[in-house]
Design a protein around this ligand. Structure first.
Ligand code: DC
Length: 212
């Protein structure tokens, strides 16, 4: 059976960086499920279709090829905002969750990050992490990234945007962002990626040893 590491958390919590490092460390496949919602949002935007057209969005989600998710193309702020709106529709979630569960069966294992991995997509994952950080710390990180990319948005704009996104992701009816009951919390407000990586590695090594 494939070994799954489920990682959830809000935007800019550091979960993506952590997921990539862990996948490298263990030779596991990695899926950033945010990219799947972003890809559906981009297809709707490109076709000038409304973001709340559930039938169209679900049809796009059903056809999505997970092996063609281009982070560079999908990483824009506008696509992230649109993805958060697309993600409230159950028709989209059903199709994407099915594809994500198929990915989770890949051997020898997978690190999957998103908002509902430990709660809905892989509730039986042997390791579940909930990565978070204060809104101020996350906004500073996102602001630094955006400035490096040439953005002129202020830190306050970025903070307000993040808080709006958190409210949408945590407040939606279907699969809201929340820690699974058995998730380990990693607060990266005052922890660098190295420390978060070491904490996660300890938890994973214990579960791998239990399974062998
Ligand atoms: O992690 P991200 O910024 O790429 O995610 C974009 C949006 O996709 C996010 O605002 C909510 C949604 N999403 C989700 O609902 N469930 C997931 N498992 C991953 C992302």
């Amino acid at each position: 059976m494939a070994f799954v590491v489920a990682i959830d958390g809000p935007a800019a919590s550091g979960k993506g960086t952590l997921a990539r490092r862990l996948a490298d460390e263990y030779g596991f496949h990695h899926l950033d499920t945010g990219l799947t919602y972003r890809a559906v949002a981009k297809a709707l935007l490109d076709a000038h279709m409304p973001l709340d057209d559930e039938a169209q969005a679900a049809a796009i989600a059903e056809e999505l090829d997970l092996s063609h998710l281009d982070r560079a193309v999908l990483s824009s702020h506008a696509i992230g905002e649109a993805a958060s709106k697309v993600a409230v529709m159950s028709g989209v979630r059903v199709a994407l969750v099915a594809a994500q569960r198929r990915f989770a069966q890949r051997l020898p294992g997978a690190v999957i990050d998103g908002r509902d991995i430990g709660t809905i997509v892989c509730p039986d994952a042997p390791v579940k992490l909930y990565v978070t950080a204060s809104p101020q710390v996350r906004a500073k990180r996102r602001y630094a990234e955006m400035q490096a990319g040439g953005s002129t948005d202020s830190l306050d704009d970025v903070l307000q945007d993040l808080q709006k996104r958190d409210a949408r992701d945590m407040g939606r009816k279907d699969s809201p962002l929340k820690p699974a009951e058995d998730a380990h919390l990693l607060d990266t407000s005052e922890m660098d990626i190295e420390a978060a990586f070491r904490a996660a590695k300890t938890l994973i090594d214990i579960q791998i040893a239990v399974r062998n």
